[in-house]
Design a protein around this ligand. Structure first.
Ligand code: 13P
Ligand code: SF4
Length: 341
């Protein structure tokens, strides 16, 4: 292992600023120790866009993040992933054909909607969003983007995570009967025409396997074991669990919450286990951090020090992430709308 670390360090030194390694908070520590920048999805998009000196960007995360980096960087910059098969199952829960069908249905009923697409989505979905005047969002800025839609007198068509959509609508005080679920497996998404008129937000039926694993019984159990502890979860967690917790936020917001906790306190965290374990190790002299339940993202785990080193040594073309310009042009619109908000 020491040799791998040494070899990666040597290669990074040779490349200097021409190489940028980005690491999402869910990556394992043996990968994150090589990252130039760590962050949540929003921060990493911004960082990819701002390092114009980097010729090669290695994204240690999942495919939709690397695609966003490719869309936001220049032609002379190339984005790579150590394991190109690291996708996000939630991002695959909406495809461009399904989105087009749903959009036609909404347009035929008055055209008062704007798409808001969670960055955990394919480049094609982001392109549809950009083409139809919408914006992407992340778990840290979803309410800001919803407000931007409402300020234009429009309604939100949110995809592909029903839980982030429902949690955001709830946080903004939107009554439950004004939030509809669109099920792509059903005729017209399972929505009746008369329901559309009263709806303010439509959420696509999609979810993250890692976060729907958190159940009300985990919160009940944690409250019993640690009555003084605070509990924070990621907003991809279902509403029935979120409402039992003290706070919710993106990965970076969870980190800030733990860092701001009083010395001697206990914080229970409901998100991907690598981040919880890292926080527990970093904070162990000050705050006790525990997992609400052990939940791992198998795709984030595909990246490791071995495939990172193999990439840095050989730069195989199969590890490059290229979004065709025909798709990127509209996808960029939806991403830059968010970044400019
Ligand atoms: P963040 O934007 O909070 O980093 O979340 C990304 C993600 O994939 C959560 O499952
Ligand atoms: Fe996708 Fe969930 Fe993994 Fe995040 S944790 S990358 S949403 S599967």
């Amino acid at each position: 292992m020491k040799e791998i670390v040494q070899e990666i360090n040597d290669i990074r030194r040779q490349w200097g600023k021409k190489l940028l390694i980005l690491g999402h908070h869910y990556q394992r520590p043996s990968v994150l120790c090589h990252a130039d920048e760590l962050g949540d999805s929003l921060e990493l998009s911004r960082k990819a866009a701002s390092h114009s000196e980097a010729e090669r960007i290695v994204f240690c995360g999942v495919k939709f993040m690397a695609e966003s980096a490719d869309i936001l960087t220049n032609r002379n910059q190339t984005v790579y992933m150590p394991d190109i098969s690291a996708g996000c199952p939630m991002a695959n829960m909406a495809d461009a054909d399904e989105m087009t069908e749903s959009w036609k249905m909404l347009e035929s009923h008055g055209g008062e909607w704007l798409p808001v697409v969670y960055v955990n989505s394919s480049a094609e979905i982001k392109a549809c969003c950009g083409k139809w005047g919408g914006s992407t969002c992340t778990s840290s800025n979803a309410s800001k983007v919803f407000k931007w839609v409402f300020a234009q007198g429009k309604k939100v068509f949110f995809l592909p995570d029903e839980h982030l959509g429902i949690n955001t609508a709830y946080d903004m005080g939107i009554p439950d009967n004004e939030v509809l679920l669109y099920d792509p497996g059903k005729q017209n998404g399972g929505i009746r025409t008369e329901e559309l008129a009263r709806a303010k937000v439509i959420v696509w039926k999609g979810f993250c396997l890692v976060h729907v694993a958190f159940k009300p019984e985990h919160v009940i159990e944690a409250r019993k074991k640690f009555p003084d502890a605070k509990i924070i979860v990621h907003p991809e967690t279902p509403r029935e669990v979120v409402r039992m917790c003290d706070a919710h936020g993106s990965t970076s917001q969870i980190i800030k919450y733990v860092e701001a906790a009083a010395a001697g306190s206990t914080i229970i965290v409901g998100t991907e286990l690598n981040l919880v374990d890292r926080l527990a190790a970093e904070q162990k002299c000050r705050v006790t951090v525990k997992a609400l339940s052990s939940s791992v993202c198998a795709n984030m785990a595909k990246t490791n020090a071995n495939n990172l080193l193999a990439l840095l040594k050989e730069w195989p073309a199969r590890n490059e992430v290229h979004v065709p310009e025909s798709v990127a042009v509209d996808a960029r619109k939806s991403l830059t709308t968010m970044l400019n908000l």
